[in-house]
Design a protein around this ligand. Structure first.
Ligand SMILES: Cc1cc2nc3c(=O)[nH]c(=O)nc-3n(C[C@H](O)[C@H](O)[C@H](O)COP(=O)(O)OP(=O)(O)OC[C@H]3O[C@@H](n4cnc5c(N)ncnc54)[C@H](O)[C@@H]3O)c2cc1C
Length: 328
């Protein structure tokens, strides 16, 4: 492997911070491997995103605004990524560890007959190999897997793993030819957008999550959102809250939901079941607000505040707003 290819996942030109994190790191990894760094931007809105990516340490941006990217599920993306990888030659492909990113990575791995490591937080080129650091079992175990293949490697990278660093100089934008037409079985019938405009949960520096203890959907709006807003964070939830229909499933954190790694995680009215824990235990500081002093979440929280969330959260939000006012 010499070159590094970043898959720039986006929606009509709007992307997430992880894309820029990958674009920043790709240049460094490619330099260590003695190769070049590329990004692949596909579908409507690609030109807009490519403009932004020019500010990052990349050599080439491969681009095609093909409408098929939005018309069919993942298959055209895999075709284009394979084509870019064949042009670049033996390379390491970095893909965001998002729901669709993981799907794309698995398929690309098969196409390229590549080695693959998922949910990676650090990539270390090391004497002809690429060592990938990846937490497993909800962060209880940290693994290091070396891709020793001379050909292709595919890695999905967790958001917030790399720092964003702009340094564009002479990025070359190249039209990526449409791969020979295939028939795609899974067409997209309807595209439903949830929670548009809000901070993506996986990338938020602070997550305020609510559980069954909140008793209904309203406290997510009236208690948690103001606290999250005061802290510059996002709202999440336990599965109990999502199953009850109080919040959409895209807010669920845990084994069957999202994995989050914010600097600060505040669990409100959540008991701390193992299936919830595995999705948030790698957070920096964990604070739990729970009326039960013996709640299991106390066992892995840095701070357990025992009391009624309906009294504590508004007070806390007020204190934070006041402190911010004093600082400004
Ligand atoms: C296969 C499988 C996968 C699963 N995947 C997930 C997953 O991805 N994510 C997930 O979260 N769960 C998951 N679960 C469910 C998990 O086992 C728990 O049932 C769930 O996490 C419980 O949610 P909770 O903590 O909100 O509710 P509860 O366990 O009912 O806890 C509610 C808490 O609120 C506290 N409370 C009540 N009133 C107040 C108040 N006024 N103020 C403060 N505290 C209060 C209570 O003391 C209690 O601790 C999964 C389960 C299975 C079997």
């Amino acid at each position: 492997m010499k070159d590094v290819i970043v898959y720039a996942e986006h929606r009509r030109g709007e992307t997430r911070k992880v894309t820029f994190e990958l674009a920043s790191e790709a240049g460094k990894i490619a330099a260590a491997l003695g190769g070049k760094a590329h990004a692949v931007v596909l579908g409507p809105g690609s030109a807009q995103l490519a403009e932004q990516l020019k500010n990052y340490p990349l050599d080439t941006i491969f681009l095609n605004e093909d409408a098929d990217i939005e018309a069919f599920l993942l298959d055209p993306i895999v075709d284009y990524l394979e084509a870019a990888a064949r042009i670049a030659g033996p390379s390491l492909v970095l893909i965001p560890n998002t729901l669709s990113g993981r799907d794309v990575a698995g398929r690309l791995m098969v196409r390229l007959d590549a080695g693959m490591v998922a949910d990676v937080v650090e990539v270390k080129p090391d004497l002809g190999a690429v060592v990938c650091v990846s937490p497993k079992l909800g962060g209880a175990l940290i693994t290091q897997c070396a891709l020793r293949t001379a050909d292709y490697g595919v890695v999905t990278v967790r958001p917030n793993a790399f720092a964003v660093q702009t340094a564009g100089a002479g990025v070359h934008v190249e039209q990526l030819a449409k791969p020979a037409s295939r028939s795609y079985p899974a067409a997209i019938d309807r595209d439903v957008e949830e929670g548009a405009g809000e901070l993506a949960l996986e990338e938020a520096p602070v997550v305020v999550a609510g559980g069954r203890g909140l008793g209904g959907p309203e406290p997510f709006e009236t208690l948690l959102k103001p606290l999250a807003r005061a802290l510059g964070g996002a709202v999440g939830a336990s599965r109990a809250a999502a199953d009850a229909g109080w919040v959409p499933y895209n807010l669920q954190i845990g084994q069957t939901g999202k994995t989050v790694t914010p600097t600060l995680y505040i669990a409100v009215g959540i008991s701390g079941a193992i299936q919830h824990k595995v999705g948030m235990r790698a957070s920096g500081t964990i604070v739990a607000i729970n009326k039960d002093a013996a709640s299991p979440i106390g066992e892995f929280s840095d701070l357990l505040v025992v009391g009624d969330a309906f009294r504590i959260v508004p007070e806390l939000t007020k204190l934070i707003e006041t402190a911010k006012g004093n600082l400004s």
